[in-house]
Write a protein that binds this ligand. Structure first.
Ligand code: FO1
Length: 319
């Protein structure tokens, strides 16, 4: 069975781990958001690709959800000693090796998809790791300027330096108009037996992936059912700051709001089924809504959630 998962960072990585537990014999492809990517200290950093790769490769720092376990911060301290900005972004010594290898390969002309495949040879994530695009698409955030007017900051500055506290007026996907789906993405989506949206940020992760010209249409043309997992439980995000992102695009912070935002594939949207947390209700016209436990609190719960998503995908037409 070929399963394709649209994923962002931490939530996406954990969901994928549960999916591999639930369906060890499945052929899984992860189409990963690259809108969070950023260049710092001359190095290209791909947070969501790295979080998925480290998590599935058993190298992740479980507590942080990003970067490697057993990390040290000597280079970060030395950079700060030079006053080399940004000092607010945590670049660990082990993580730096990933960025050095990636940056060198990119500079010698290898596309991001090839770089990712090379890095994955070391980590053996157990899924095909596909960047959503080989072209640069960066999420930037337009925020109100205290002196009046607006200014734009990179998503990572908004997210990490300011903890999303700056009032975001809108998100801009820099480069998206010139971006194409990465190699293998459209083919994987259209032939998939199931397409799953991990419980990642629906605006800056799943939304960014769907915003790459050609990907949304490929999802709508998927052979199998498209099943989304709500990242919002009881009107609040489980992790991350989806509640800071959804209002920016005018979407209610609820499982129902996000489900309607994605919309039913039969009505021009992308969903066939939508998983909401036990106890939550969601009226999403044209979509098979199912209430299941969504908390990925431990491996068993995460596996059960992934299994529920597969059950919804293989349930044929709506209940
Ligand atoms: N997140 C933080 O909250 N603080 C950090 O200092 C930080 C550093 C960092 C370095 C490499 C990397 O791949 C991810 C990093 N993240 C950090 C996580 C990242 O900002 C977000 O998790 C994703 O961009 C959102 O999915």
């Amino acid at each position: 069975m070929h399963i394709v998962v649209l994923a962002g960072g931490v939530g996406g990585a954990r969901f994928l781990r549960g999916l591999l537990d639930a369906a060890p014999d499945a052929d899984v492809t992860a189409v990963v958001n690259t809108g969070d990517d950023v260049t710092m200290h001359g190095l290209r950093i791909c947070p969501d690709l790295d979080t998925v790769m480290y998590t599935l490769g058993d190298g992740i720092d479980e507590e942080r959800g990003w970067g490697q376990r057993g990390e040290t911060w000597t280079v970060k301290e030395q950079l700060a000693a030079y006053g080399a900005e940004p000092t607010w972004f945590g670049l660990g010594d082990r993580d730096l090796a990933t960025h050095l290898v990636r940056t060198r390969m990119l500079r010698s002309g290898h596309p991001l998809s090839e770089v990712t495949a090379t890095l994955a040879q070391r980590w053996q994530p157990g899924v095909r790791l596909l960047p959503m695009s080989d072209q640069r698409v960066e999420t930037h955030v337009v925020v109100a300027d205290p002196a009046g007017g607006e200014r734009t900051v990179h998503f990572q500055e908004w997210w990490v330096r300011h903890r999303a506290a700056l009032d975001a007026q809108r998100f801009v996907q820099v480069g998206v108009d010139d971006a194409r789906p990465g190699p293998g993405v459209v083919e994987a989506l259209t032939t998939a037996d199931a397409v799953l949206f991990a419980p990642s940020n629906p605006v800056v992760s799943i939304g960014t992936v769907l915003g790459v010209p050609g990907i949304r249409d490929a999802v709508r043309a998927a052979a199998g059912r498209v099943v989304g997992v709500s990242p919002i439980v009881s009107d609040a995000p489980l992790r991350g700051m989806a509640d800071r992102c959804l209002p920016v695009v005018g979407v209610e912070v609820s499982a129902e709001g996000v489900g309607r935002h994605y919309g039913a594939r039969s009505a021009g949207g992308v969903l066939d089924a939508w998983l909401v947390h036990t106890g939550d209700t969601a009226d999403v016209p044209g979509v098979d809504v199912r209430s299941v436990p969504l908390l990925m609190s431990d491996p068993d719960a995460t596996r059960a959630l992934a299994q529920a998503a597969l059950d919804a995908a293989l349930a044929g037409s709506a209940r």
